[in-house]
Structure formats: structure tokens, C-alpha cells
Design a protein around this ligand. Structure first.
Ligand SMILES: Cc1cn([C@H]2C[C@H](O)[C@@H](COP(=O)(O)OP(=O)(O)O[C@H]3O[C@H](C)C(=O)[C@H](O)[C@H]3O)O2)c(=O)[nH]c1=O
Length: 332
């Protein structure tokens, strides 16, 4: 199946106030058209299937910010667990109505995270598809639960599902509460750059366009019951990430006050902060005939340039809605 020749129901950002506002911001750019429905609402989900009659589903809808899940886990259980259940049931009811060929070709692609595998120590080998689940935050536990539901619907009902687990994404349109957009925007504005703990936690960074390409390959070629661990082999400590952003910005937009590393502030650590995530993507690269094109350095350069070129987008988000304490305030 080629994703470009078939209708794929891309379920994303359809949940709750914060995500709906994200959708409005994205839709305001004129580049997107969204069907909005609450993922927890089974009837609304069934209506989406009847309207679109998709050949496949890409399930990207999730509450995704770990800090928010620590502040308020309930919405993560609703969206990520109950929402995935409701989407699976709507997909199953629709799938049962399909003709045999369409039924065989149908795919339910669940997009998930490497956080379900827990935390690595410095010398542990990277996660693979066979790493046991060991989630530790309310967010990762809710995603782990959703992964298990998706596999259960394959084994129990025969719904042709598969799962991709990916490393940290970054790039254009990244919501300004996560580390990279938050630090980029704060650095542009000359504000302090909050680094949790000592800044030695490691994340493995995948440029969003590389991930999108992998997801298209996966929905075209993914085998039901399979798992694909997707990453770019670009692990960096958080301090390296922040310093790289500062250096790129100093080059693209020099600050008369001096190098931006002066803005780095070490703040209280995230409770239960997972030390290190990293994926070995060998199986996915081979099975999906895909490989990430960006190194962290090429991807971050494009990202910083994009935030410089798209101030209107993030300024309006910061000004209108998200001035709360999860948006770049230094907490000490
Ligand atoms: C917001 C913030 C974060 N950090 C640290 C915490 C992490 O060690 C690292 C990245 O944090 P962020 O919240 O951007 O992303 P993760 O907690 O690694 O999780 C992200 O990647 C996974 C795979 C998903 O599945 C999540 O959905 C996604 O949000 O920077 C700071 O030091 N300062 C800050 O102000």
C-alpha cells in the first residue's frame, strides 16, 4: 500500500483543551485541515471512520509532555489509555464491515515512544524492539498501556495493528514547552535557559521530517503484530543540546550582550527523571528501507532558523495561552 494513493486517517491532537488550541494554531497557518473529535468519545470516533472510510489509521493522538503528566496524570490516562481503547474499538467495528481485500490490507499504526522501555544507565546498550517494558512516569505508563491495548486487539480480534516506538522528536512546529523549542525561544528573547539537574541526562534526537518519512514507510510496509524502534543514533546530553542551540543562535543572530551560554540556569530536577534514552534502529532501518537523513547538528540548525523565521507563531502561543509555569519559567 502507498500512503499517497490511499486515504489514511491521521488521528492527532484531537483531545482536550490544550491540544485543541494547538490544532487551532496549526489550522490558522492555512497549511492544515483537521477533523476534530474527542478521541475518548467512541461515537465521534465511529463517525470519523464512516466519514473518511480510511484504508489505514495513523494514531498519533496523545498527551505527550512528561512534566504535565507529573502535574496532572488524569488527562494522560483519559487521552492515552481510554482514548486509544475508544479508537481501537471504532477501528475494529469499521474494519469488520470491509470487503475481504480491504480488510486484509487495513492497517492500524500506533505511534509510541521509547520511554515505555524505562531508563538506561550510561553503559547500557540502546533499546531495541525486544527490550522489556519498564515505564516510570505517568506519561510513559499511559503510553505503555496503550501499546499493550494495541497488541491485544491484534492478538484477540485479529485487527491488523503494529507499533512504532521512537526517540525524542524535534524540529519545526514543535510546541514551545519541550526542551528544544523552549530553550530556542528563550535564547532568542534573552531569557534564562532552565536545565534540569546537572544537564547530564541523555536523549536521542530525531528530526521530525525524518520521523515523518519513517512513519509513511511504516504505514505502507508495516507488518501486523510487528514493532519498529525508530531513531537516528544522535544521543546528546541536555547540556550539549542547550549549548548547541546557543552556538547556532549566536552565529545566526549575534547578541550584543555576549554568548547566550551565559543564560543557562541549573534548576530543580524533574521528579523521577529518566537518565538516558537511546534506540538502536537497525531492525526498522532494514525492514522499512529507511534511514534518518539529519544529524543533530544539521537538524538543530534548520530548527533554530525556523524559530527565527516564525516568531508570529510562537509569540502568539506564548502571549495568548501558555504563560503558565511549564513554559520556560526558571523555577528557582
Ligand atoms: C522542558 C525541559 C526539559 N528538560 C530536560 C528533561 C529531559 O531530560 C530533556 C527533554 O525534555 P522534554 O520535556 O523536551 O522531552 P522528554 O521528557 O525527553 O520527552 C519527549 O520525548 C519522549 C521520547 C516522548 O515520548 C515525549 O512525548 C517527549 O515529550 O530535557 C530540561 O532540562 N529543562 C526543561 O525546561
Amino acid at each position: 500500500m502507498r500512503a499517497t494513493d490511499h486515504s489514511v486517517l491521521n488521528v492527532d491532537c484531537m483531545t482536550y483543551a490544550a491540544s485543541t488550541e494547538t490544532v487551532e494554531d496549526a489550522a490558522a497557518t492555512g497549511r492544515y485541515e483537521f477533523a476534530q473529535a474527542n478521541i475518548v468519545d467512541g461515537a465521534a470516533m465511529s463517525h470519523l471512520f464512516e466519514t473518511f472510510r480510511p484504508d489505514a489509521v495513523m494514531h498519533l493522538a496523545a498527551e505527550s509532555h512528561v512534566d504535565r503528566s507529573i502535574d496532572g496524570p488524569g488527562v494522560f490516562i483519559q487521552t492515552n489509555v481510554v482514548g486509544t481503547y475508544s479508537l481501537l474499538e471504532a477501528a475494529r467495528k469499521y474494519w469488520l464491515t470491509l470487503e475481504p481485500d480491504a480488510k486484509k490490507a487495513f492497517r492500524f499504526h500506533h505511534i509510541s515512544t521509547d520511554e515505555v522501555f524505562g531508563a538506561l544507565e550510561a553503559n547500557d546498550p540502546p533499546f531495541t524492539e525486544t527490550t522489556p517494558y519498564d515505564p516510570r512516569s505517568p506519561y510513559s505508563a499511559s503510553k505503555a498501556a496503550s501499546d499493550h491495548l494495541v497488541r491485544a486487539w491484534y492478538h484477540t480480534y485479529g485487527l491488523p495493528t503494529f507499533v512504532t516506538n521512537t526517540t525524542n522528536n524535534y524540529g519545526i512546529w514543535h510546541f514551545p514547552e519541550k526542551l528544544i523549542p523552549l530553550v530556542t525561544i528563550n535564547a532568542i528573547e534573552g531569557k534564562e535557559l532552565p536545565v534540569y539537574g546537572k544537564g547530564d541526562n541523555v536523549r536521542d534526537w530525531l528530526f521530525v521530517e525524518d520521523h515523518a518519512e519513517a512513519l509513511v514507510k511504516a504505514v505502507e510496509n508495516g507488518v501486523p503484530g510487528e514493532t519498529y524502534a525508530i531513531g537516528a543514533r544522535q544521543p546528546r546530553t541536555n547540556l550539549e543540546v542547550v549549548k548547541t542551540i546557543c552556538a547556532v543562535l549566536d552565529e545566526l543572530l549575534p547578541d550584543p550582550a555576549g554568548p547566550r551560554e551565559r543564560l543557562i540556569r541549573y534548576v530543580s530536577d524533574r521528579p523521577g527523571h529518566d537518565f538516558r534514552y537511546e534506540i538502536d534502529p537497525s531492525h526498522a532501518e532494514q525492514a522499512l528501507d529507511w534511514k534518518a537523513k539529519h544529524t543533530f547538528e544539521t537538524g538543530i540548525r534548520r530548527t533554530v532558523q525556523w524559530y527565527l523565521d516564525n516568531r508570529d507563531w510562537w509569540e502568539s502561543i506564548r502571549a495568548r495561552r501558555y504563560t503558565g509555569n511549564r513554559l520556560g519559567t526558571v523555577k528557582e
